[in-house]
Design a protein around this ligand. Structure first.
Ligand code: HEM
Length: 542
């Protein structure tokens, strides 16, 4: 194995190891972007008054999901609240006409944040006040023995006495102890044990979190490949038709990942909200789960992914026909590495920007695919923290700018690495200078936009700077930005060192190989960023 292959392999291994470390230590199963704040009575409280109201307060908007709010009364019987109300979706009140009393009460709850991510939990408290049924008996028991009052009541003759004692036909025997039984569990149903009732560890079906995490990874990777690949084919790539169709096959591949990711996400959310996998057999459960902001995001990714996979045709046309926004950007704002003067025509002094035989993607023939890619970018505006944090329009706009720009950068780097590898493998001219100069315009614009929008998203999501190190979300964001910095350093190196060197000698194989290595390292780092992001959007920021 050549030294360069060895270093690329080492870095790929290192980034996969880094990702797994980040995922294992900093990530946690998907948490809804809300948290359980408090309840009244609180967990472990001892209350001496019968309880006719239980209040649960959440840190963010929450709606009952799956089994919702379930109460176990001291007899071990599930009690339905007679009324469940909330004025702000933060505090929920359960009202009982027949107050809870006479022992330990258990409460289990499952709610979903606007992003449909469910959370669940439980608590219990003790009510020392007797139940209304116990009360008279207790009064009897506790009532002091009646002292013999001088009885000035008229004498009751023996006959009258006997009459009183003889049971009359109509009145059943009273004060039989079993009537106390009435407080016991209704006959036929075993009283439920409080301990097993408050144990909610089985609330989320086994592996549901794993399926949800896998689904998000596929969705983010699919989005990066579909959006980034399409942008690279449209603006970054000029060369042979085979180059174009290879890049577009990755766009279609990204579409397939998005469809699989969307289906897996729908399955995971439905099973988690219903608390069991068997819920997938009913369309109603699926409908309940997907009739939400997150459901819309999943639907947009499924449709967008399908269109990107099926409608992204690889038609090409001569590259010199039509305008070239990259050249315009270079000249207008002197963005990009190397000499930004107008490129010399072919055959003129220096390296041409375009060769006569160069082809470019004819995206006009792939409108369906482009619509698909657009739907995918928009889909991220409806889930993650967007649905529950900050002014919705600003968050959504920053998110759209961020996802699109970040995917153009990350997906573009991957396609650049692939194109150079393929040309090198086929012993064709890599046209590394043209690729580097063109892509550095795209990468600079995309990175700056992604960075600004990403910073805006961070400010919207966090409540305090300390959230950056005290919440799983904050720690993941720090890890993400650190790996982004590694990738950006690679890009800066290409910008500052490789492009000027290629400008001097476009065919210098050492420089070309170094360019290929650095771009591959960048791609590996951005792959790691995509994985970390898949956990970031599901992490709890509270
Ligand atoms: C330049 C530095 C970057 C910063 C500061 C940043 C920051 C953020 C933040 C704060 C979010 C919102 C997460 C949430 O809603 O929970 C986010 C989402 C996202 N980022 Fe980045 N990011 C950066 C770079 C990247 C890169 C390079 C990629 C590409 C791999 C990327 C891909 C994404 C995606 C796909 C989302 C998901 C949006 C969603 O689900 O709503 N980001 N980023």
């Amino acid at each position: 194995m050549t030294t360069r292959r060895r270093s690329v392999a080492t870095v790929l291994l290192a980034s996969v190891a880094m990702v797994s470390a980040v995922v294992v230590f900093a990530a946690s199963p998907a948490a809804a972007h809300t948290g359980f704040e408090s309840s009244s009575p609180a967990d472990g409280d001892v209350v001496d008054e019968p309880v006719s109201e239980i209040t649960l307060t959440f840190s963010g908007e929450a709606t009952p999901a799956g089994e919702g709010f379930v109460v176990l009364d001291p007899t071990g019987t599930i009690r339905e609240a007679d009324e469940i109300t909330s004025v702000d979706q933060l505090t929920w009140i359960l009202r009982f006409d027949e107050p809870l009393a006479g022992g330990d009460v258990g409460v289990r709850w499952m709610v979903a944040a606007p992003d449909a991510h469910p959370i669940d939990g439980s608590f219990s408290f003790t009510v020392t006040a007797p139940t209304s049924i116990d009360e008279p008996q207790l009064q009897e028991e506790t009532a002091p023995a009646a002292t013999e009052e001088p009885n000035d009541a008229p004498e009751v003759t023996a006959d009258e006495q006997q009459l009183e004692e003889e049971p009359t036909e109509s009145e059943p025997a009273t004060t039989e102890p079993e009537s106390v039984e009435a407080t016991a569990a209704p006959t036929g149903s075993e009283p439920i044990d409080l301990e097993s009732f408050v144990d909610t560890s089985d609330a989320t079906p086994v592996a549901a979190d794993g399926v949800a995490a896998m689904a998000r990874i596929l969705s983010v990777l699919g989005a990066v490949l579909a959006i980034g690949g399409a942008a690279f084919a449209a603006f970054g790539l000029r060369g042979g038709p085979a180059d174009v169709s290879t890049v577009l096959s990755w766009v279609r591949g990204g579409g397939v990942l998005l469809v699989i990711g969307a289906v897996a996400e729908a399955v995971a959310i439905t099973a988690t909200l219903a608390g069991q996998w068997s819920a997938l057999t009913s369309a109603a459960n699926l409908g309940d789960a997907l009739w939400s902001s997150a459901g819309l995001a999943i639907a947009l990714r499924a449709i967008g992914g399908f269109l990107a996979a099926s409608k992204t045709t690889s038609n090409t046309m001569t590259a010199s026909t039509g305008g070239d926004p990259v050249i315009a950007a270079r000249q207008l704002a002197s963005i990009g590495g190397g000499d930004t003067a107008a490129p010399p025509p072919e055959g003129g002094a220096g390296e041409p920007f375009l060769f006569a035989e160069d082809q470019r993607w004819d995206s006009r023939a792939a409108l369906g695919g482009l619509v698909g890619v657009g739907l995918v970018a928009v889909s991220f505006m409806f889930d993650g923290h967007i649905a529950s944090e900050g002014p919705r329009w600003l968050h959504a706009a920053a998110n759209l700018a961020h996802v699109t720009a970040a995917a153009i950068w990350a997906g573009g780097v991957v396609m650049l690495a692939l194109t150079i590898h393929r040309r090198r493998r086929d012993n064709r001219s890599t046209q590394a200078l043209q690729l580097a100069m063109r892509f550095s315009v795209i990468a600079t614009t995309a990175l700056v936009t992604a960075g600004v929008a990403g910073t805006a998203l961070s400010i919207i999501v966090i409540d305090a700077a300390s959230d950056l190190w005290s919440t799983p979300w904050g720690r993941l964001l720090i890890a993400k930005v650190a790996v982004v910095a590694v990738a950006a350093a690679g890009g800066a190196y290409n910008h500052r060192v490789i492009v000027p060197a290629l400008n001097q000698n476009p065919d210098d194989h050492t420089t070309i190989d170094r360019f290929r290595t650095v771009v591959t390292l960048e791609a590996a780092a951005l792959f790691a960023v995509a994985i970390i992001t898949a956990f970031l959007i599901a992490a709890s920021s509270t």
